[in-house]
Design a protein around this ligand. Structure first.
Ligand SMILES: [Fe+2]
Length: 189
């Protein structure tokens, strides 16, 4: 019995050490790690967006909306390129990390394309989906710009800012389209 008890104690001690070791590891991480994680996350997101935009351009009924998606597809290629330059600047491999948030937003867009195909409300739905994507990106790049500033990485800040300005402009253009023809057509229908 005594042996069994001490064995129990031993294993309890062992698992306590394991737990401490597990907890200690994340505490070694700093803002540089967080920045790299976020970079991998947004790299994944941009690549997914790159795949989704041509489908959205094809689905859009309004020529203006379709043109806006095509234009942003070209910009997104440049944004992926900028991210790869940032990986180089921080001397880390360019890796994509699955981002569930963007997958969820893009899945909603897919759902709209399927469920509203051939209806007058389709473009309004596509606009809403695209603006959700833009707001996600603005949130990510805004945070990354702040962190890069804090880390004193001026070259990185300027690259992120170029992309952030593009995302903001794209969002404004989408708002203008939403306030214009697209939503009134849906309402008239
Ligand atoms: Fe983007």
């Amino acid at each position: 019995m005594a042996t069994k008890g001490s064995a129990k104690k031993k294993s309890a001690k062992k698992s306590a050490t394991k737990r401490t070791a597990k907890r200690a590891a994340p505490n070694d991480k700093d803002l540089n790690d967080l920045f790299y994680d976020q970079l991998k996350d947004v790299y994944f997101a941009e690549k997914q967006i790159l795949k989704a935009l041509p489908k959205m351009a094809k689905a859009a009924q309004s020529p203006d909306l379709s043109a806006a998606f095509k234009k942003h597809h070209g910009e997104t290629e440049g944004q992926v390129d900028r991210l790869e330059r940032i990986f180089k600047l921080i001397d880390k491999p360019a890796k994509a990390k699955t981002c569930d948030a963007i997958m969820g937003i893009l899945d909603e867009g897919k759902e709209i394309m399927e469920e509203y195909k051939g209806t007058e409300a389709l473009d309004a739905g596509l606009l809403a989906a695209a603006q959700a994507v833009e707001h996600y990106e603005m949130a990510r790049y805004g945070t990354m710009k702040a962190w890069a500033t804090q880390l004193g990485m001026n070259d990185v800040v300027s690259l992120i800012d170029q992309t952030l300005q593009q995302e903001r402009k794209c969002d404004k253009d989408l708002t203008a389209l939403a306030e214009g023809a697209v939503n009134s057509e849906a309402m008239a229908a």
